[in-house]
Design a protein around this ligand. Structure first.
Ligand SMILES: NC(=O)c1ccc[n+]([C@@H]2O[C@H](COP(=O)([O-])OP(=O)(O)OC[C@H]3O[C@@H](n4cnc5c(N)ncnc54)[C@H](O)[C@@H]3O)[C@@H](O)[C@H]2O)c1
Ligand SMILES: O=C(O)CC[C@@H](O)C(=O)O
Length: 527
């Protein structure tokens, strides 16, 4: 039974699949102090949070069973992702579910600051009918600068266009073609500062984007500009913003996020030109359901060892790529695990070659599964999909990946070569329609074996009677052979036998088989 701890308020509908999963026990406690969390986290396999719970390196160090931290939302600023990666803990987020809600909130804030809606509301609510103080500006025919054209920035830009605005957009990944397709003008931050009537930021908060908009940028702006931040506090320098408002450069600001949340003695709050909300961008019924559904589903997959998509500490896998490579995940891991069991010496290099259909997609996630398969034979559960490359690097193991045109007649082929201090061995596998995963080559021998269960890999001389003797010994010792495959290079030369058996052999029985005439080696493999 997997234990999942939920420590922030998360949509009930969204976590339904966790609550109903027969293999999951959910514990909800949204009143834990940091020390409470430290003392109980060791019992849990997954932790599900929003933005309040601080998942620090101490929490992660105490989380001996933890396999995943799920964030019902986009930003993972409250999670020590580096510490999680080192510990092999997957950090999952839900990047798509709150895009529309946050874009709509950004637009609502833009309109609120353009027309002074909250200020007018407050005055009227206080009993004053004031029609002079709140003259606003139209959006139509104004220039808006969108900095960060990812999911939310793009949706904001689309809405701005519908309102008759000219959109200047900056994002290091915005191509001219995409800008044209969206009907926006590709611009620099400098262009935006000089030309825009409204500036809205939609980047993550990184070293590069901290104080992206500060005094230097405000100095370049048109007098009367209005700025919006519904992304992360700190992208706009709050001190510089305050100065720019006081000097009259900036006519208004709309802020949903702050450098410190909740804000403490923040002079921006209460300024008549500033519209604020307490980080409400994603606070809609729809967004909270979406993010909770997404992250709960992904957590279930991580716990059950199934492929997942949205890990922050792993490159994300687009759905069309996932669809193509998912069937090979288990095969890749098993090929790695197979080689680790038949090879002697310390691993120096893992080389993976993809051919056929597999050359058409990004196979980096598959490479991780192969590396995991190799390392897990020696490192056990310590190694997983997240930390496998790090663990290989820490052991000076080179991992290479190449695409090859040599598919040996298979529509797809995954070939893994393991170089150790003592030998170099190779195994190749494929997926055959109707038969599933198969091992089709071991070193120079063609073979056809399902990579599962207990296998006996016997290297022998191709002589009459060897196969019979192997079968008899197993039979005499009560070991049932499920399947048997032989492969040889030349008649009477080097040959291999691959048997799948119903139960593992004892060490004594393995020795007895190894002593048979013409048998060179016997290796038991578990896949
Ligand atoms: N207020 C809220 O409640 C709320 C809700 C959801 C998301 N957010 C925040 O909104 C922001 C955007 O989210 P998203 O889902 O659109 O993310 P996203 O990853 O889809 O987009 C971010 C974009 O910023 C771009 N970028 C990175 N550095 C940049 C730079 N120096 N200059 C310009 N662009 C840069 C990236 O290339 C990317 O395209 C994030 O900070 C996220 O945490 C806030
Ligand atoms: O409401 C939340 O949980 C924060 C939403 C937002 O900032 C995010 O990063 O997804």
């Amino acid at each position: 039974m997997y234990k999942v701890l939920i420590t922030d308020p998360i949509s009930e509908f969204g976590i339904k699949q966790l609550l109903e999963a027969p293999d999951v026990e959910v514990v909800r406690n949204t009143n834990l102090s940091p020390s409470d969390l430290l003392s109980i986290i060791g019992d849990y396999d997954a932790l599900l949070v929003r933005s309040q719970t601080q998942v620090t390196s101490e929490v992660l160090a105490a989380a001996k069973r933890l396999k995943a931290v799920g964030r019902a939302g986009v930003g993972v600023d409250n999670i020590d992702v580096t510490a999680a990666t080192e510990a092999g803990i997957v950090v999952i987020n839900a990047p798509d579910g709150n895009t529309i809600s946050t874009a709509e909130h950004s637009f609502a804030m833009l309109m609120a600051v353009a027309r002074n809606i909250p200020q007018a509301y407050r005055k009227l609510a206080d009993g004053t009918w004031d029609r002079k103080s709140f003259q606003g500006v139209e959006l139509n025919q104004k220039v808006i600068g969108v900095i960060g054209m990812g999911r939310i920035g793009t949706e904001v830009a689309k809405r701005a266009k519908v309102f008759g605005m000219t959109v200047l957009a900056y994002d290091p990944f915005l191509t001219e073609e995409r800008a044209q397709k969206l009907g926006v003008t590709h611009a620099t931050v400098d262009d935006i500062c000089r030309q825009a009537d409204f500036i809205t930021v939609h980047t993550p908060l990184t070293k590069e984007t901290r104080y992206l908009i500060s005094s230097k940028e405000f100095d370049k702006m048109k007098t009367g500009v209005r700025v919006i931040n519904c992304a992360r506090g700190g992208i706009i320098d709050e001190k510089a913003l305050y100065e720019a408002i006081i000097t009259g450069k900036v006519a208004g600001a709309a802020l949903d996020v702050f450098e410190v949340e909740p804000p403490v003695d923040n002079p921006l709050i209460g300024l008549p030109q500033v519209v604020v909300t307490p980080h409400l961008g994603a606070s809609t019924v729809e967004a909270q359901e979406n993010v909770a559904v997404d992250v709960s589903g992904e957590i279930l997959k991580v716990l059950r060892g199934e492929p997942f998509r949205n890990a922050v500490n792993l490159p994300s896998i687009p759905p069309h790529v996932m669809e193509r490579i998912e069937p090979y995940f288990t095969l890749g891991e098993k090929l790695g695990h197979f080689l680790a069991q038949v090879t002697v010496g310390s691993v120096q290099e893992i080389a993976i070659s993809y051919s056929g259909d597999l050359t058409e997609v990004d196979t980096a996630p598959l490479t991780r599964t192969v590396v995991k398969g190799v390392l897990s034979f020696h490192l056990g559960e310590e190694v997983n999909f997240v930390n496998a490359p790090l663990l290989a690097k820490a052991r000076d193991i080179t991992v290479t990946e190449k695409k090859s045109t040599q598919n040996r007649g298979f529509t797809n082929l995954l070939t893994v070569t393991l170089k150790t201090t003592q030998q170099t061995r190779m195994v190749a596998g494929t997926r055959l329609n109707g038969y599933g995963a198969r091992i089709v080559k071991i070193d120079e021998f063609a073979i056809d074996v399902a990579p599962e269960g207990y296998l006996l890999y016997i290297h022998h001389n191709d002589r009459p009677g060897v196969i019979g003797r192997v079968g008899s010994i197993l039979g005499e010792n009560g070991v049932n052979i499920a399947t048997m495959q032989v492969g040889r290079r030349d008649m009477g030369g080097d040959a291999i036998m691959m048997l799948s058996v119903d139960k593992p052999l004892t060490a004594e029985l393995l020795d007895t088989m190894g002593e048979l005439p013409e048998v060179k080696s016997v290796t038991q493999i578990e896949l």
